[in-house]
Design a protein around this ligand. Structure first.
Ligand code: IPD
Ligand code: CA
Ligand code: CA
Length: 265
């Protein structure tokens, strides 16, 4: 394991312990509105402080982009992309699906390391470019299912922007027909990690940010999967839409996204 991945793993586990200590114990005064239907808690902030200080101590020349505002320009060209708590609404409601997500991109903007840590289950998903993806140290691979009647597909449902709701619903109707079931877990990082290890056969969501998906994208790719934007672009950091799947499921979802989201691309 590189020292970069090692730092990310240690930081994710420490943040996970911070989150777990407060899970189910959050006071209403510790929840703050950020935007319309978007919240931040004192736990998101504490996790971010902990991760940002660990990364900047270990790699002071690297840049950093964290969801809750910690940022560094850096001089190395590399960038850490951090979601200190993905699944904040779940966390607020004591729904035990949330994760810490930490990724590193190199000077060419390629994702080179990624960690998604789900503290409730003590599940640590890790990947480094070119060396595969792992769950708690064991190699993982995307699903090999090829019968739509067996597909379990994850998604994120629009919740604060509605201009693409009709497109989303018409795509959803088709995926309902072409799968065994759909899940909305409430954490894009976990949706991607579960796609990487084959629990989900695919995942799609329209409005996401780099901190939501960067680590998960590397996990899926290193686990043998395919990830693009809704328009089919593999440089997903430039886009806000994600389709992740297997060589079988990704093309099926991409075709539907191109059909239904044409006016939004
Ligand atoms: C959210 C989760 C959710 C997705 C939202 C994200 P947050 O991240 O990943 O699954 O649907 O778009 O904003 O706010 O909990 O870090
Ligand atoms: Ca997030
Ligand atoms: Ca977050």
């Amino acid at each position: 394991m590189s020292s970069e991945l090692d730092t990310a793993v240690t930081a994710a586990k420490k943040a996970g312990a911070i989150a777990l200590r407060k899970f189910g114990e959050l006071d209403l005064t510790e929840i703050h509105p950020k935007e319309y239907k978007d919240f931040v808690t004192e736990v998101d902030k504490a996790c971010e402080r902990s991760i940002a200080s660990a990364i900047s101590a270990a790699f002071p020349d690297d840049g950093m982009l964290c969801e809750e505002g910690s940022a560094a320009k850096g001089s190395s060209g590399r960038k850490w992309i951090v979601d200190p708590l993905d699944g904040t609404l779940n966390f607020i409601h004591s729904f035990p699906v949330f994760a810490i997500s930490i990724a590193l991109s190199d000077a060419r903007n390629d994702l080179v390391a990624g960690v998604v840590y789900q503290p409730v289950l003590d599940e640590l998903f890790t990947a480094e470019k070119g060396t595969g993806a792992y769950l708690n140290g064991s190699p993982i691979h995307v699903s090999s299912r090829n019968n739509p009647e067996q597909f379990l597909i994850a998604t994120g449902i629009p919740f604060k922007e509605y201009h693409y709701l009709e497109s989303y619903v018409s795509m959803l109707k088709e995926v309902i027909h072409d799968s065994a079931g759909i899940r909305r877990a409430g954490s894009a990082a976990i949706d991607l990690a579960y796609t990487a290890c084959g629990r989900f056969d695919a995942f799609w969501e329209y409005k996401l940010f780099p901190w939501d998906f960067s680590a998960g994208v590397l996990l899926v790719r290193e686990a043998g999967g395919i990830v693009t934007s809704f328009s089919g672009n593999s440089d997903v950091t430039e886009h806000h839409s994600i389709i992740a799947g297997t060589p079988v499921t990704h093309p099926l979802l991409l075709e539907k996204a191109k059909k239904h989201f044409q006016e939004h691309m």
